[in-house]
Write a protein that binds this ligand. Structure first.
Ligand SMILES: Nc1nc2c(c(=O)[nH]1)N[C@H]1C(S)=C(S)[C@@H](COP(=O)(O)OP(=O)(O)OC[C@H]3O[C@@H](n4cnc5c(=O)[nH]c(N)nc54)[C@H](O)[C@@H]3O)O[C@H]1N2
Ligand SMILES: Nc1nc2c(c(=O)[nH]1)N[C@H]1C(S)=C(S)[C@@H](COP(=O)(O)OP(=O)(O)OC[C@H]3O[C@@H](n4cnc5c(=O)[nH]c(N)nc54)[C@H](O)[C@@H]3O)O[C@H]1N2
Ligand code: SF4
Ligand SMILES: [Mo]
Length: 758
């Protein structure tokens, strides 16, 4: 891959995020890529009731919306999809796949929207145009010739709509496999596993309005200023109403420690709610990478000591007695954890932990928000269960202003899972799906993302089909994934824009270009809309407004229906009907997925509707009907001398593997992405200097992995911790290192060493 660096410039991170730079940046992307008229039309429809649901993150929209209800990164996502730049057969005729493969992700994305189906034939050097019928016939032919349906893998990324996702999983299960890995496997899987076990629902228990009713917000392992920018409005509203805030993060992220109007149109940060706190977080705990479990156990151990000294002063005894189970075992385990280990694991002082615990004790209600800084670790599931334990001790779930707030990533990743995109199935979903469509679903669990890579590598899976996403760049162990894909007989991407996976092909490769959410979806019965679910369980419609990038691109739903028909033949399912009228899909969803009663009516109401959320009502649908204290031993990673822990992070100028630009304004980085953020003492100890190119080696049971030429950036990060950007650092993430019980790659905790590049 080419190094796209311009001249790298590093400066001190700014004191405030958003504000005027956000305005200019958003407008530069919107007008630059879309032109003024199209950009203005798009902005007026983004996140409006009945408009386009923002393609970027899963943060919900407020009930009462202003005319510009989006942030800088929402604007970038819209501009990236609705760009006027296009690539067709001429582009592919003049660039071989080998030439494209050495270009950077930034360059590849900049080329524009895909406009027609393309095929790379066996032993071919260039993608060539192919008609839809022939392309779909080829895929169906390959699928039906497999020795077993489990020789195919069907990946999904979280931008896919509810309607397309539901039909896609139906097709895959009718075909005979549960091989439905998705981006969630690399993202919030640890959350889903942990919460389902502890409280009976793997999702958030709060709504937006709870931020105005809370006394404390804990943000742990999440960078909202970049990755869910409008969450800053909720944090500001909480602070305005008198709440405190704790940020637990190895980095002092600008969006957490200062404020900030995330809406680029407002421009002036002072305008936000007429209020500007000097500092958003009242307490920042610069935790050592992977030290979150130690932080949580430390806080709870201190609370236990205080409760014992003065019974009834800290814990919610009534809630614990009536609503929970496992309290005694849990407190005994807290007693057994030595303070020395808590201090070592967290990298913090006893005073810092005490201060955080005091803030929890002082809060009647509190909310904890988390994301990838927590989920992508070996002990992620247990750590999230400790977050739940902290809430249970205080009875802080299921009442106003109190609850759990995992912040999902992709705009519909949560909806896709609700629709059945999962390598497993709940018994209820299975029974309903079988009842509705009259077939027996495959019994065996399918492969998750990491298992799919291993299956392709080992020749057990031969076809890789991707409904969106960028598997080759997003997955751990870039080299292993490229090898795995190369071994496939056929790889297929349903995508809007060219990406690394399309140029990391199997023996044969097909690109099926699809509509983006901002485009008009015309089908036989008229223009269609789709729906998505936000991180707070709000289901809303999304309707495109722009003419499609080309008359030869198709909707995801149409593609699934055509493929299903070609693969399964006449099978009693009305695939043509579904493709023609998405209301019919929603009717079927209503009969299969609990909570979607009256789907077609309620989705048309302004703002849509909320799915049932029993824990929010104080009801815990676990097998015992109780919320469970889960007891696990303290875990953290110790590193031997000469090694460090590395985390991988997103810049302000990317959406996952889609690179919008080479700057990271909030961290003072300008013009490059191959950087490593390091503590100044570590830089001095290793005899390195700012800007010096270094090689990074990662260590795992199966050997070493290496990347070259990353520039050293001195940064405020705990000693023996460092950070680099995703996806540039993905070659270092070992395929075999994943979270216990959720299988999520441990992209936030990699053991590395750093040496000067020779
Ligand atoms: N603009 C934009 N928006 C996005 C995305 C994007 O790429 N760009 N991606 C979307 C997706 S799919 C997702 S999942 C979310 C991701 O959203 P986030 O999870 O906020 O994103 P990350 O940059 O991966 O890192 C999270 C934070 O965890 C911190 N961290 C790293 N290691 C640790 C640790 O060991 N402990 C603690 N406590 N903190 C740690 C990092 O310093 C960083 O601040 O954002 C979504 N929204
Ligand atoms: N080291 C490291 N690795 C990580 C992470 C990390 O923090 N560190 N984070 C992980 C996380 S949280 C996630 S979610 C994954 C993300 O993994 P993916 O979801 O696989 O990756 P994306 O970059 O979001 O996918 C972008 C591609 O989606 C296609 N696309 C865009 N819009 C549409 C659409 O409307 N329909 C269709 N069909 N295609 C579309 C475009 O062609 C684009 O190239 O990466 C994971 N990988
Ligand atoms: S907060 Fe997320 S969903 Fe909302 S406008 Fe910004 S990027 Fe889009
Ligand atoms: Mo994600």
């Amino acid at each position: 891959m080419a190094d796209e660096s311009e001249e790298l410039k590093v400066s001190a991170p700014p004191k405030v995020s958003a504000g005027i730079h956000a305005v200019t940046n958003a407008l530069r992307h919107l007008y630059g890529k879309m032109g003024p008229i199209r950009a203005t039309r798009g902005m007026l429809k983004l996140n409006q009731k009945g408009g386009i649901d923002c393609q970027s993150c899963a943060w919900p929209d407020p009930e009462h919306r202003t005319i510009n209800e989006f942030c800088e990164n929402g604007a970038k996502a819209l501009a990236d999809e609705a760009t006027k730049k296009k690539i067709g057969r001429e582009f592919f005729a003049s660039h071989s796949v080998a030439e494209l493969a050495v270009e950077s992700d930034f360059w590849i994305n900049q080329q524009g929207r895909l406009t027609e189906p393309m095929i790379l034939r066996e032993a071919g050097t260039h993608y060539e145009p192919i008609g839809w019928d022939e392309a779909i016939g080829l895929v169906a032919g390959k699928l039906t010739s497999l020795a077993s349906p489990d020789e195919a893998v069907f990946y999904t990324s979280g931008r896919t709509s509810n309607e397309a996702a539901f039909l896609y999983q139906l097709f895959v299960r009718k075909f005979g496999s549960n091989n439905l890995p998705d981006c969630s496997n690399m993202c919030h899987e640890s959350t889903s596993v942990a919460l389902a076990e502890s409280i009976g629902l793997g999702k958030a228990t709060i709504r937006l309005e709870d931020f105005e009713k809370t006394d404390l917000v804990i943000v742990i392992g999440q960078n909202p200023g970049t990755n869910a920018p409008r969450m800053l409005s909720s944090l500001a509203a909480a602070k305005k109403a008198g709440a405190k805030m704790i940020a637990i993060n190895p980095l002092a992220e600008v969006g957490l420690t200062s404020f900030v109007d995330p809406n680029p149109q407002h421009g002036n940060p002072l305008s936000v709610l007429g209020f500007r706190p000097a500092k958003l977080a009242d307490l920042h705990l610069p935790v050592r990478i992977g030290g979150d479990m130690a932080v949580l156990k430390g806080m709870m151990k201190m609370m236990l000591e205080r409760e014992r000294a003065k019974p009834g002063s800290v814990f919610d005894a009534e809630f614990i007695a009536n609503e929970t189970a496992g309290f005694d075992e849990f407190t005994a385990s807290l007693d057994a954890v030595p303070w020395e280990e808590i201090i070592e694991g967290s990298g913090l002082t006893r005073d810092e932990l005490d201060e955080a615990a005091e803030m929890v004790i002082a809060a009647r209600s509190f909310i904890t928000c988390w994301a990838m800084g927590v989920t992508q670790h070996t002990a992620a599931v247990a750590t999230i269960q400790d977050i739940v334990n902290l809430h249970l001790l205080r009875g802080a779930i299921g009442r106003p202003g109190a609850g759990l707030c995992p912040v999902r990533g992709h705009s519909n990743v949560q909806g896709d899972r609700t629709m059945g995109i999962w390598e497993k199935m709940t018994p209820v979903f299975r029974a309903n799906l079988e009842g509705e469509f009259g077939f027996t679903t495959p019994e065996r669990d399918g492969l998750n993302t990491v298992e799919s890579i291993a299956a392709m590598r080992d020749g057990k899976a031969k076809v890789f089909f991707a409904m969106g996403g960028n598997f080759a760049a997003a997955s751990p162990d870039t080299e292993a994934v490229a090898d795995a894909l190369a071994k496939c007989d056929l790889t297929i991407q349903v995508i809007t824009k060219l990406n690394r996976t399309a140029v990391t092909p199997g023996r044969m490769s097909i690109i099926l270009p699809c509509l983006g959410r901002s485009e008009i979806d015309r089908q036989a019965s008229g223009d269609q809309f789709v729906s998505t679910e936000s991180t707070m369980l709000n289901v809303q419609m999304s309707k495109g407004i722009f003419e499609p990038a080309s008359e030869h691109i198709r909707s995801e739903t149409w593609i699934v229906c055509r493929l299903a028909k070609a693969t399964l033949g006449v099978d009693g399912i009305d695939w043509d009907g579904f493709a023609a009228d998405y209301d019919l899909i929603r009717d079927a969803i209503e009969r299969v997925v609990p909570g979607f009663e009256n789907y077609n009516v309620r989705i048309r109401e302004p703002g849509g509707f909320y799915l049932p959320n029993p824990p929010r009502e104080g009801v815990f649908p676990t097998p015992t009907g109780k919320a469970l204290f889960k007891t696990t031993p303290l875990e953290f990673v110790r590193v031997q001398p000469g090694r460090m822990l590395m985390t991988t992070i997103r810049s302000h100028d990317q959406f996952n593997t889609t690179i919008y630009g080479l700057d990271d304004r909030y961290r003072g980085i300008d013009g490059g992405r191959r950087v490593i953020f390091m503590n100044e003492d570590d830089i001095a100890e290793l005899g390195l200097s700012s800007g010096q190119p270094v090689d990074i080696t990662s260590y795992w049971d199966d050997g070493e992995r290496r990347v070259h030429g990353f520039a050293v950036v001195p940064y405020s990060i705990p000693k023996r911790c460092c950070a680099a950007y995703f996806p540039e650092a993905n070659p270092l993430v070992p395929l075999g290192s994943h979270a216990k019980r959720s299988g999520t790659p441990t992209s936030k905790c990699i053991v590395v060493s750093v040496e000067p590049t020779l």
